[in-house]
Design a protein around this ligand. Structure first.
Ligand code: FMN
Length: 368
């Protein structure tokens, strides 16, 4: 049904316009009490066995919305209604910024993929903090806040910009993510080098502790799939050294070669980060590598090319406590969450594992 709608309506529209339209419908639906209860019961079924705990936070399940979909925290309840068990808002930058000029989002339909060069379009840390502060939640959900660097801030002053966002947003965040892996802010990914990442993460940790004294806000870092394997290991070691709570693997890729892309070469050539199905193999590989390195010391979040319950299950077996998605939602629509929950619960029931937590990393442990 959604696939037909996608072919007839969304596919003919500019992808960013389609996003805004879908977003508006979701936000409208969640305002109508009877409707939102009905939709949530239909699309966000709860399974006792999928209950998850990650970095001290309890969730209905392991499946969440990846950053970039709800950049300004305007649809937290709406996305929760659609079955996402945690919502990662952002990327939010220190200051508001418009992002790159349009057109900046492209569909690669034959590849079930997207290319985006949005460039962190967002309302900035002050406005988003205010919105989160005044929010009256309809559905109880975990809200992660993903922060990044304001484009005009020089790389050398990046830490101060992240600290500004942290000071404003930490108290409203169930967890915080330092995003150093988007390909669309010049120089951002250089911050993944440990000599830059160490002071940055230390500064954000200290700022979060200063800003919130009543609890310890979990801090995660989100990395790119394009890191060399040794750099993945270096980030993993640094995360352990600094006592980070989690690593999110992965962001979008700048790679195009060797992915067997079938879409129009003119679209494939667009600058930006590629997400969706072609990212699946590398994101899984990075996750496995991280789990082999950090084991259960640090919580891992698997994202990149997850389309089905089987994909989500594979990430859990590879070491992910939480899984996230974005691109497949565009192609599969509002029943996607339901399918993931149902399939995960079925897999767990027929697996040798008593709980979801027992399944985390089982494949990697077996191979060791
Ligand atoms: C249009 C678009 C915008 C995105 N914006 C952000 C962002 O602001 N911050 C971020 O950390 N990741 C962002 N991402 C990356 C996603 O969070 C995710 O890591 C990536 O798309 C891989 O997951 P997927 O294959 O399920 O889409 C964006 C992705 C897309 C498609």
């Amino acid at each position: 049904m959604y696939k037909l709608f996608f072919q007839l309506v969304f596919r003919r529209m500019d992808p960013e316009r389609a996003h805004h339209l879908a977003f508006r419908w979701i936000r409208l639906a969640v305002r109508v009490p009877g409707l939102r209860t009905f939709v949530a019961a239909l699309l966000a079924p709860r399974y006792e066995e999928l209950r998850t705990e990650a970095f001290g936070l309890r969730m209905h399940g392991p499946f969440g919305l990846a950053a970039g979909f709800d950049k300004n925290a305007t649809a937290v309840d709406g996305m929760s209604m659609l079955g996402f068990d945690h919502i990662e808002i952002g990327t939010v930058t220190g200051e508001a910024q418009p992002g790159n000029p349009r057109k900046r989002l492209f569909r690669l339909v034959p590849d079930r993929a997207l290319i985006n060069r949005m460039g962190f379009n967002n309302e900035g840390s002050a406005a988003v903090a205010e919105r989160l502060a005044s929010r009256t939640p309809v559905f109880r959900t975990v809200v992660g806040v993903n922060i990044g660097k304001t484009k005009v801030v020089p790389e050398a002053e990046a830490a101060a910009d992240y600290v500004k966002s942290t000071e404003r947003l930490a108290e409203h965040a169930d967890y915080l993510v330092v995003n150093v892996s988007s390909p669309n802010t010049p120089g951002l990914r250089n911050l993944q080098a440990t000599e830059s990442l160490r002071p940055l993460l230390t500064a954000v940790r200290e700022a979060a502790d200063r800003a919130v004294t009543s609890r310890r806000v979990p801090l995660l870092v989100k990395i790119a799939p394009d890191l060399a394997d040794e750099d993945v290991d270096a980030v993993a070691d640094l995360a352990v050294e600094l006592g980070l709570d989690g690593i999110i693997a992965t962001n979008t890729t700048i790679a195009r070669e060797g992915l067997g892309l079938k879409s129009e070469p003119s679209v494939v050539k667009e600058t930006g980060g590629l997400s969706g199905a072609p990212l699946k193999a590398r994101s899984l590989e990075v996750l496995r590598r991280l789990y082999a390195r950090v084991g259960d010391d640090i919580t891992l979040v698997g994202v990149g090319g997850i389309e089905s319950a089987e994909d989500a299950w594979q990430r859990i077996l590879a070491g992910a406590t939480l899984v996230q998605g974005y691109s497949a939602f565009v192609y599969q629509g509002p029943f996607w969450g339901r399918a993931i929950h149902k399939g995960l619960a079925a897999r767990l029931r027929t697996s040798p594992y008593a709980t979801l937590a027992d399944a985390v990393g089982a494949d990697v442990r077996k191979a060791a």
